[in-house]
Design a protein around this ligand. Structure first.
Ligand code: ATP
Ligand code: MG
Ligand code: FE
Length: 348
């Protein structure tokens, strides 16, 4: 089926078009620059930007795919989780399109969409079950995916900051601009990752029961702040590269330790990464090292499919159609805390 997908859960207005698992268009307008001076995404600003970008982005995606609205078989849209006001813009646009063109509409889960992004990569799709680690500015989630359209389980998630948020906050602390991830990566390249031993959140023996697959990055951020503060007060030179490298090492270590624990515990020899933070050089390197040592197959889709995009939403919609699911009713809304088990919302 030819499906147009709309994604507006955060700061990307994403419109993608797929035919089954074939990627035809993936157009993204980001309001990132408008948030830069605030040091993070401002929901109201993101929502207004989505409203302005929506029509041009749809038009651009249709042109890129070389199709018209008349060719479409269905519309898919992110219903949640994400920023409520931002989600509403995409949901409104998708409903308007579906009604005016009499097209079936599939309201889907953003996190499951991230997993579905892998279907659009050039090579053979990943097999299930797989463990999926999704790391971005808004989420840090570890999933057990047995079936993309019917069986996704949340194993753990961050109990405070998301991994990308931690990168952004630590970058700010080190005087770097937003978004901070790429700057930490750049500074860390010449730093010593063993210079400072920063804490690995929720990896103590006492965390093994209740928080085995959960993450916590706010303590790490505070530890970096204290370290820089102490060095500054003592009149010492603050080695930005060593701090960045040691911080990045702590994040990468925790992410991969937990992901591989899940692979081992569930006997799943496959790990899929997603989200904008997988751009991180050390996370990619450590993922390759640890999965290879553990005999786990590793998949990292191209970065344009890892960050928020509409194509992954279209891909999930196409999977639901191919699985014989009925479309959603027009009653659904934006659900900022939609659980990952709700893969499709409001099936008719
Ligand atoms: P959502 O959480 O809804 O998926 P988002 O817009 O917050 O959306 P992405 O666009 O997927 O997330 O990713 C942006 C985040 O990724 C930012 O926090 C940014 O700092 C981080 N990031 C980007 N490049 C790197 C990098 N090289 N290393 C670490 N973090 C990075
Ligand atoms: Mg983003
Ligand atoms: Fe996302």
């Amino acid at each position: 089926p030819l499906v147009l997908g709309i994604e507006t859960s955060c700061d990307e207005t994403g419109v993608g078009i797929v035919r089954g698992t074939e990627l035809l268009a993936n157009v993204i307008a980001s309001s990132m620059d408008e948030h830069a001076r605030y040091g993070g995404v401002v929901p109201e600003v993101a929502a207004r930007a989505h409203l302005e970008a929506m029509n041009p982005t749809i038009t651009a995606a249709l042109a890129e795919a070389g199709v018209t609205l008349d060719d479409l078989d269905a519309i898919a849209v992110t219903s949640g989780p994400g920023l409520a006001g931002a989600l509403m813009v995409g949901v409104g646009a998708a409903k308007a399109l579906a009604v005016s063109r009499d097209l079936p509409l599939y309201a889907v889960n953003h996190l499951v969409g991230h997993v579905g992004a892998d279907l659009l990569a050039d090579d053979a799709p990943f097999e299930y079950p797989t463990i999926a680690l999704l790391v971005s500015g808004g989420h840090t989630s570890l999933l057990l995916v047995r079936d993309l359209v019917s069986d996704v389980e949340l194993l753990g998630e961050t109990i405070d900051d998301a991994a990308g948020e931690a990168f952004d906050k630590v970058a700010r602390l080190l005087g770097q601009p937003y978004p901070g991830g790429p700057h930490i990566d750049r500074l860390a390249a010449t730093g010593d990752p063993t210079a400072i031993r920063f804490p690995r959140g929720l990896t103590q023996a006492k965390d093994r029961e209740k928080h085995r697959y959960d993450f916590s990055f706010s303590g790490l951020k505070t530890a970096v702040a204290r370290w820089v503060e102490r060095a500054t007060d003592a009149g010492e030179h603050v080695p930005l590269d060593d701090v960045a490298a040691s911080f990045r090492e702590a994040v990468a270590d925790v992410l991969l330790t937990k992901a591989l624990a899940a692979c081992a515990d569930y006997g799943v020899p496959r790990l899929l990464l997603g989200g904008g933070v997988v751009a991180n050089a050390r996370i990619r390197e450590l993922a390759a090292e640890r999965t290879s040592a553990a005999g786990v197959a590793l998949r990292i889709p191209p970065l344009s499919l890892c960050t928020d995009n509409g194509a992954m939403i279209a891909a999930l919609g196409a999977q639901l159609i191919m699985a014989g699911r009925s479309p959603s009713t027009l009653d659904f809304g934006a659900d900022s805390t939609l659980p990952v088990t709700d893969i499709q919302v409001d099936e008719r």
